[in-house]
Design a protein around this ligand. Sequence first.
Ligand code: URA
Length: 200
Amino acid sequence: MVESDGPDVSACERCPALVESRSRIVNGVGPEDAALLFVGEAPGADEDAQGEPFVGRSGSVLDDALRDAGLARADVRITNCVRCRPPENRDPHVAELDNCAGFLEREIEFVDPDLIVTLGKVPGERLLDRDVAVTAESGSVVDARLGGASRRVLLCLHPAATLYDRSQRGAFEAAVAKAADLVGATDGGEGGQSRLGDYR
Ligand code: URA
């Protein structure tokens, strides 16, 4: 059974292994009209327990980078390619990503963000439908047809990468700061002027 309400999914049993491993479906959080939409891979143990994306150690790294960029977590929308925790935190299988893809498409269409930021290789490759060298490409902005329109996508490292390799922290923070700058968030919130047209 699949049930959904706006960008949220209230019931889904398409992926038997994930139905088994999850405690709950973890929907996106943040304003439904956010200018910035961050897309991760799949919930981990903390997210599964709390029902919110990026609330564990990776979430702390993301929150810190947002704060340094002049943004609060509540200013942005945060979601995942897959809404249920994979067993033992394994990578989601292609079939699971496929099963959840329509939910992400609908969320993108519903939120209609000015910029999508992909956190890590998996969301980058899913949304761009090509191989992504995420370390080399972090911070680059590309166009992709998503949620019924052409969208700007900023590729970014996964925050967990900075936990394994502290030297990646600067590149991660720079990409988040660039995202904030592109949507005008660093020019004083609502008064800010989006500079998305200036970047490729
Ligand atoms: N990693 C992700 O990709 N998503 C989360 O929600 C948490 C960790």
